[in-house]
Design a protein around this ligand. Structure first.
Ligand SMILES: [Fe+2]
Length: 132
């Protein structure tokens, strides 16, 4: 999964955040594909922690914009964000409890990639006319 200008919503702050999140996930995917020995548990934890906190502030910012713009489907959109954050927390528990780096990581990265791209392509564009 790579960032592409096709994923831009035309809102600079949001696009920058989406790009940073995708690049971070992409870096993990590349590291995993190359089976680099640098993909260690602490590194993975650090990547996960970054994503968890960065994604959290990104979602709060989007939600605030939607609220200000009077986006009618805010409640449903918030639920999608909450589900993703909840799943991210579950992966953290998996990582901590199983210690199975490759399995947990592969699962985490696949899930993050597909959810995020799908969300940016299909859900986020719906709020754009309200916040511009
Ligand atoms: Fe969103």
């Amino acid at each position: 999964m790579e960032w592409s200008s096709k994923l831009e919503l035309g809102i600079q702050t949001v696009d920058t955040q989406h790009k940073n999140i995708i690049e971070r996930i992409d870096r993990l995917e590349i590291a995993l594909d190359s089976q680099a020995t640098s993909v260690t548990y602490p590194r993975l934890k650090e990547a996960h922690e970054f994503l968890e906190s960065y994604v959290g502030s990104h979602f709060r910012e989007e939600e605030e914009m939607m609220e200000k713009g009077g986006y009618p489907d805010l409640a449903a959109h918030k639920l999608m964000h909450a589900k993703f954050e909840n799943d991210l927390a579950k992966f953290r528990d998996d990582l901590d409890h199983t210690g199975l780096i490759t399995h947990a990581t592969a699962k985490l990265v696949r899930y993050l990639s597909s959810w995020f791209i799908d969300h940016i392509k299909n859900e986020d564009p719906k709020y754009v006319p309200y916040v511009k």
